[in-house]
Write a protein that binds this ligand. Structure first.
Ligand SMILES: [Zn+2]
Length: 627
């Protein structure tokens, strides 16, 4: 592996200049993040059954107390990284406890009459179990009496088996979630799942070493845990704001906030504790209106509106505000001030983007110009550690006006490789382009180097000088980035440019777990986007599917190179395929081949076989920074 490089003089100068623009640091956040500390596990190290660490805060020891910001890290991100390094069990208020930084997200425990109500059981079971064990050690060995999922993202439900046994689940222990939770939890990442998954390897820095030239923080939290992930369906669905419930003597008032940070999300208030949980609608930074791993853009206006509604509903009484990431705010005034600024942060980005768009500015122009007003810019919790003003402005534009900026020069551009060949030619060939780019590198204009050399990499990926110069430029941009995801994108790209993966003639598929656990309808839906239209051509195929594990039946057809599936319909003249969802998934990804003992076909076997032959297998490790 080729090693990362040092920060250039230009990067050191840029970061020194950047540091001058930061708000004064009163030290308040470091007091808040430590307030109520009870205990932690040594080194923040959590092992799975096989003895492998699924979480290890020791790997972030280089960010510990007294460690100064290296010149390869943005000082603002470094500050956030230090805050996110403080882990353990904390008292939020008497009766409410959080374990923070045992995973990307927080797990919260509320003390009821006889046991603990758990909010957001992390990404994987081992960290959630470790958090519960720590809680029990310090607050008493009591049962879990219920679980709340704040929203449909995996870092808020995946670890549930760490806090609930299969028996608890079979006994129907209450699992409370916002309406639409299950559909959103399974659907958000399915149809575009392979592309999102691969891009997420860039966004979260999972491939990077943890050090001053590698991964330092995700902004939202340290990183993602690597344990057992599962999805257990909720038993109680909350669909209306104002809904009240009592669980084990704990009174809860809900506010549903669909279409905000997640498609299904909710805030809630605990009257007897005067405590407000803002889910992930508020966090100690600017969140993503668009997540760079790829997803549908979020609605900044709705997001802001629901924070405003939370102020109306709960803020007057609130004495402590906590959330599913980062640290709480104590005192009514502090909570209200925080909520108002979070509310206005998202509305400001929304309104100002559209103001400029209505003047005719295009996304790149708006993103470059957008800056926070002084009152919002004065707070650390508005900074772009996860989302950035730059990419969020583009998200607002995309939501209202789409990808096209209105300039027909951008309506039908050449695709990357074709454009690249022409740019290299225009530059006078590869050597002339590299000479210009090295000149720009010397001047610290890394954004320009990245744009210029990207053309040469795409025109000729075998050109090692081009790949290395491109890696050098992206790396310096990574060192300069304030956003955890931006840094991770840049540094992962640099790593892949310097150490390309050997090409493979067969698809290196990602984890198959998710497709196997899909409901039948969604599993079939996901096959639609695997059907290779070119191969399908004029084929006409029809067969019936009976799922042996769920009892569901579908008619499946292919015509006009399009796949359709119809529940509860059968075509008498067509063959019938009986198999489990798992067997179908295994056939699709090539784990098993026809004929197979787990697949029974009544009638002609050919239509099903030819259908399978028309489905693509996706290569998880497709190239991003090379053609
Ligand atoms: Zn989250």
């Amino acid at each position: 592996m080729e090693a990362p490089k040092d920060a250039t003089e230009a990067t050191k100068r840029a970061l020194a200049e950047f540091a001058k623009s930061l708000p004064a640091d009163s030290g308040e956040d470091f007091e808040l993040v430590k307030r109520g500390f009870i205990a932690t596990i040594p080194g923040g190290k959590i092992l799975n059954e096989a003895g492998h660490a699924v979480w290890d805060m020791e790997t972030f020891a280089f960010e510990g107390e007294g460690c100064d910001c290296p010149d390869t890290v943005n000082p603002s991100l470094w500050r956030q990284a230090k805050l996110n390094s403080i882990h353990g069990l904390f008292e939020v208020t008497r009766g409410i406890y959080q374990v923070r930084n045992f995973d990307l997200s927080n797990i919260t425990f509320i003390e009821g009459d006889t046991g603990y109500l758990v909010i957001d059981p992390l990404i994987s079971a081992e960290p959630a179990a470790a958090a519960l064990a720590l809680m029990r050690e310090h607050r008493g060995d009591k049962p879990v009496v219920g679980v709340i999922y704040t929203h449909s993202h995996v870092d808020h439900y995946g670890g549930i088996k760490g806090v609930l046994s299969d028996e608890d689940i079979a006994n129907g222990l209450q699992i409370i979630a916002p309406e639409g939770f299950l559909e959103e939890a399974v659907s958000e990442n399915v149809l575009a799942g392979n592309a999102m998954g691969r891009r997420a390897t860039y966004m979260y820095g999972a491939l990077l070493p943890r050090n001053a030239k590698g991964h330092v923080d995700a902004g939202l939290g340290k990183t993602v845990s690597m344990g057992q992930v599962s999805l257990v369906a909720p038993t109680v669905s909350i669909s209306e704001t104002g809904t009240r419930m009592t669980v084990d003597g704990i009174e809860i008032v809900f506010q549903v906030t669909p279409g905000t940070e997640a498609p299904a999300e909710m805030n809630f208030y605990f009257p007897q504790f005067k405590a407000l949980c803002m889910a992930e609608n508020c966090s100690c930074h600017l969140h993503n209106l668009y997540t760079p791993r790829g997803a549908q853009v979020r609605d900044a206006k709705a997001w802001s509106w629901y924070i405003d509604e939370a102020i109306d509903l709960f803020a007057k009484e609130t004495e402590v505000l906590f959330a599913s990431h980062h640290w709480p705010r104590w005192g009514s005034d502090a909570a209200v001030a925080f909520l108002k600024k979070q509310r206005d942060l998202y509305k400001y980005v929304h309104d100002q983007t559209l103001r400029m768009a209505n003047h005719g500015d295009t996304p790149l122009e708006i993103a470059e110009k957008l800056a926070l007003p002084p009152t919002l810019a004065a707070e650390w919790y508005t900074r772009g550690y996860y989302g950035t003003l730059n990419h969020n402005a583009k998200a607002v534009y995309q939501r209202y006006l789409g990808w096209f900026d209105g300039n027909p020069a951008n309506l039908h551009k050449h695709p990357p490789v074709e454009a690249a060949k022409r740019y290299v030619d225009l530059a006078g060939g590869a050597d002339a382009l590299l000479a210009k780019a090295r000149d720009a590198f010397g001047k610290g204009d890394y954004r320009w180097v990245a744009e210029l050399v990207n053309h040469l990499v795409f025109a000729d990926p075998a050109n090692a000088d081009a790949r290395h110069l491109q890696a050098d430029a992206l790396e310096q941009l990574g060192y300069q980035a304030e956003s955890g995801p931006w840094r991770a994108f840049y540094l992962t790209a640099a790593m892949e440019l310097r150490n390309p993966r050997p090409p493979s003639d067969k698809p290196r598929q990602g984890a198959a777990g998710q497709i196997k656990s899909l409901p039948a309808d969604q599993l079939l839906d996901s096959l639609s986007v695997r059907l290779n239209g070119e191969k399908a051509g004029a084929s006409e195929i029809a067969f019936n599917i009976r799922f042996t594990d769920t009892g569901e039946r579908f008619l499946v057809t292919v015509e006009n190179a399009v796949f359709h599936h119809y529940p509860d319909r059968e075509e008498k003249s067509a063959p019938t395929v009986s198999l489990s969802r798992g067997a179908l998934a295994s056939l699709v990804i090539g784990e098993i081949e026809l004929p197979h003992e787990s697949v029974a076909i009544e009638g002609d076997a050919e239509p099903f076989a030819s259908f399978l032959s028309l489905l693509d297998r996706f290569d998880f490790w497709f190239e991003i920074v090379m053609p």
